[in-house]
Design a protein around this ligand. Structure first.
Ligand SMILES: O=C(O)[C@H](O)CO
Length: 327
């Protein structure tokens, strides 16, 4: 097929913070004629007829009514990760456009980050590293202690595909695994990893040494973990968030960390990202923050592109999409 006949795929840009990764451009070019947002805006009239799909990397480009109105032949918006909280699914669906995501591509790398945060926080890895490299350090203190992850109780809030991958890893660490799921008990997964279902999230919060958040951000989970939930946790417990920043009420978290309500927090996600440099969370010692590293591996990002391509091709050919997201 000649390149100009290929369906147009709108992307934000190549490279940059939210652009398609340079290394994945060739894969996309095999199937689509790539049109960057800048090109589109400069040649809207000519290009709007050609674009049948949009590839969203992180939360860019912003898909609003204006963009949807300017793409009359749009069939599908392919989201590069699993979370689609930045998309107005009802609005998009009202234009007859489908949305897809890439759950398989991201689950291992995101679960790995969950474990990394738990281990790093429990064993005070970042602090330890600073001591080891500091020119002021003359000897290592014998009473500088961390907590053990092995054998501790992990509470997983959200047993979807990432939550389950976290549970599998936790099993290898001989952890006691509790989980809470708002919608559905997962009996097969429970048995596979020896997890115990907590119908009430309160029970999980009260019993866990580590609580990990793996829920989607929806209106129901916005500030899901606030003052009340933090107060239910053990004073020795650590909160880990690998879902979306806004699942945790940051003001309540600052207070809980300052007052010893919980021991520590480890966050791969915040709101906004990055936090303003004077944000009170950044001033705390008992917190570990990483820059949304969940999907940031070579393998995961490549798989994301491959999964997105499969979704788009299915949509354009009128076939069932492997990962359609419904409003
Ligand atoms: O949703 C996801 O898959 C990641 O957090 C990337 O946005």
């Amino acid at each position: 097929m000649a390149k100009q006949e290929q369906p147009g795929l709108l992307i934000l840009e190549i490279g940059g913070v939210c652009g398609v990764l340079e290394g994945h451009v060739e894969l996309l070019k095999k199937h689509f004629h790539l049109i960057t947002m800048n090109e589109f805006l400069k040649n809207k009239e000519r290009l709007s007829e050609k674009i049948k799909s949009v590839f969203i990397y992180a939360d860019r480009p912003v898909v609003d009514r204006e963009l949807l109105q300017s793409l009359p032949h749009l069939k599908v918006i392919a989201n590069s990760g699993v979370g689609v909280n930045h998309l107005d699914l009802k609005l998009i669906s009202s234009f007859g456009v489908k949305v897809t995501n890439t759950p398989h591509a991201v689950s291992d790398s995101t679960a790995d980050i969950g474990m990394a945060l738990m281990l790093a926080s429990a064993r005070r890895l970042v602090e330890g590293c600073q001591i080891a490299v500091s020119p002021q350090t003359e000897r290592f203190a014998a009473d500088w202690l961390g907590d053990e992850v092995t054998g501790a109780t992990l509470g997983i809030i959200g047993m979807g595909s990432i939550g389950y991958k976290v549970a599998k890893r936790a099993k290898a660490f001989e952890m006691k695994i509790l989980y809470h799921n708002r919608n559905q008990r997962k009996e097969e997964e429970e048995q596979a990893v020896g997890a115990r279902y907590c119908e009430k999230m309160e029970d999980l919060l009260q019993q866990s040494d580590f609580v990990i958040l793996v829920v989607n951000l929806t209106p129901q989970t916005h500030k899901f973990i606030g003052k009340r939930e933090l107060e239910l946790m053990k004073p020795t417990a650590t909160l880990i968030n690998i879902s979306r920043g806004a699942v945790v009420d940051h003001d309540a978290l600052v207070e809980a960390l300052q007052n010893g309500i919980i021991k520590a927090a480890a966050l791969d996600v915040t709101y906004p990202e990055p936090l303003p440099r004077d944000h009170p969370l950044l001033k705390l010692k008992n917190i570990l923050i990483t820059p949304h590293l969940g999907i940031k591996t070579d393998k995961a990002t490549r798989m994301i592109t491959e999964e997105a391509v499969a979704n788009i091709l299915a949509a354009l050919n009128g076939l069932p999409m492997p990962n359609e997201v419904f409003p």
